[in-house]
Design a binder for this molecule. Structure first.
Ligand SMILES: CC(C)(COP(=O)(O)OP(=O)(O)OC[C@H]1O[C@@H](n2cnc3c(N)ncnc32)[C@H](O)[C@@H]1OP(=O)(O)O)[C@@H](O)C(=O)NCCC(=O)NCCS
Length: 150
């Protein structure tokens, strides 16, 4: 059985670490703002196993003038569960959360290898690429949210 539910920031580490921080310390899985009350972490379970996570932060980016923006971070699906539609389900729920809290735009720093995934979901690149230490090339990507999606 597949379920998506809210989880704690610590629970995300079992997916964040192997997928996004392989070879780095467990501490590297902690993101600024993880435990703010405005932050949400979602986990996708197959039966009792957590296989995918995404986190949503209420945070504006200087590139955009939309009033209330949300940042998606820590989007990750365990290797053997990728390309099964789980990533897009998590992203859809992240968007629903932002819409529910009157967000008008979602943005994030996308890894170069994930840009194609986000483009399929209607996100666009904004600006030039930049490097994040220990991870690699990234692009800022964004999508304006349609408040009528339910
Ligand atoms: C990127 C990631 C979250 C996508 O999750 P996923 O469960 O594998 O993706 P889905 O199965 O939901 O894919 C949805 C669609 O995007 C496509 N897609 C998935 N990953 C892709 C990629 N890296 N590049 C281009 N297209 C991709 C799928 O083929 C599918 O296309 P379709 O609708 O035409 O069949 C996942 O592969 C992952 O964790 N990758 C490693 C970590 C990472 O890069 N995270 C993003 C950090 S910014």
């Amino acid at each position: 059985m597949k379920t998506i539910k809210e989880i704690s920031s610590l629970e995300t580490y079992s997916v964040r670490h192997p997928v996004l921080r392989e070879g780095q310390s467990m501490d590297s899985c902690k993101f600024d703002g993880d435990d703010l009350t405005s932050t949400i972490h979602l986990g996708l379970y197959i039966n009792a196993a957590l296989v995918g996570v995404v986190s949503v932060f209420e945070k504006n980016h200087v590139f955009f003038d939309s009033k209330k923006q949300f940042q998606v971070r820590g989007m990750a699906v365990l290797k053997h569960h990728q390309k099964m539609g789980y990533g897009e389900e998590l992203l859809f729920e992240a968007e629903n959360h932002a819409v529910k809290y009157y967000g008008t735009l979602i943005w994030f720093n996308a890894r170069e290898n994930a840009v194609g995934f986000y483009e399929k979901k209607g996100y666009q690149i904004c600006g030039d690429s930049f490097f994040i230490e220990n991870i690699g090339k990234h692009f800022v990507m964004f999508k304006k949210l349609n408040p009528i999606r339910f």
